[in-house]
Design a protein around this ligand. Structure first.
Ligand SMILES: Nc1ncnc2c1ncn2[C@@H]1O[C@H](COP(=O)(O)OP(=O)(O)OP(=O)(O)O)[C@@H](O)[C@H]1O
Ligand SMILES: [Mg+2]
Length: 238
């Protein structure tokens, strides 16, 4: 299949709706289609409530579509917004190793995978630190290292930088970018509201009202968003 060789993430005419208290159905995703090429970092943008997190959860397999086809390379990992919700172990090294328990690996293999993953996100020197002593951005990087150690091919990342300050924010984006470059076969889809992160992306997808309305290179998406905003401001003023 051509499309699944070329793309790590591929969704066609995805629909998702929820039941309302009144007994009706509320459509959230409406014939939403998305393709993300293998080995690239793409950003997913769009106004609050347009369906970005819902789409990501569908791609992660946490929600089932009403209809449509979806393909995502495996193994895949969904990393959440709040870093304090996922860190479970006392040291950074132990935390990254935690997810490897389900594989049948030797101690040396675990050691080596953890070291490589921490290196990819620039956290090697923190391996013996208690996780509670890390900054928000460092915790996010540890969470990403956990996914890399498990040899995840696809990273689905939902607003990782929302609660971070500027230096932590750019550190996390760079860590993702670097982990893609060093492995060559990891693909990441990154949900964000922060347009300044676009410069680190290979491409971007813009959603509105439950569907993807544009995708392409970061600069054309940025132009599109700026034009949409100008249009909106003109409407308010007239
Ligand atoms: N279980 C649910 N029941 C009712 N409405 C829901 C449910 N899940 C999502 N929604 C609604 O679906 C829409 C899309 O939600 P979603 O969280 O995917 O948006 P988003 O683009 O991630 O927004 P944000 O930028 O604020 O994170 C919202 O209007 C939300 O209120
Ligand atoms: Mg969201």
């Amino acid at each position: 299949n051509v499309s699944t060789d070329q793309y790590a993430i591929w969704g066609q005419n995805l629909n998702f709706s929820v039941k309302t208290k009144q007994g009706g159905t509320l459509p959230i995703l409406k014939n939403c289609s998305i393709q993300i090429p293998s080995g690239q970092l793409w950003m997913l943008l769009g106004p609050n409530g347009c369906g970005k997190s819902t789409l990501l959860k569908i791609l992660a397999g946490l929600l089932k579509t009403t209809d449509g086809s979806v393909y995502v390379k495996k193994p895949k990992s969904f990393v959440f917004q709040n870093p304090d919700h996922q860190v479970v172990m006392p040291t950074v090294e132990a935390d990254v190793a935690f997810g490897l328990g389900k594989f049948d690996l030797t101690y040396e293999e675990v050691k080596s995978r953890v070291a490589k993953a921490l290196d990819a996100v620039g956290m090697s020197e923190y391996s013996q630190r208690p996780v509670q002593t890390l900054s928000g951005g460092q915790k996010q990087r540890v969470a990403i290292a956990g996914a890399l150690a498990e040899a995840c091919k696809v990273l689905l990342l939902d607003e990782l930088t929302t609660f971070l300050d500027e230096s932590d924010q750019i550190g996390v984006v760079k860590a993702v970018k670097n982990s893609l470059t060093s492995s060559g076969e990891v693909t990441a889809l990154w949900v964000t509201h922060r347009l300044e992160e676009l410069e680190y992306a290979d491409g971007a997808v813009y959603m509105e009202d439950g569907r993807v309305v544009m995708d392409g290179d970061p600069s054309s998406i940025l132009d599109f968003i700026n034009r949409q905003q100008a249009l909106y401001i003109n409407q308010i003023n007239s």
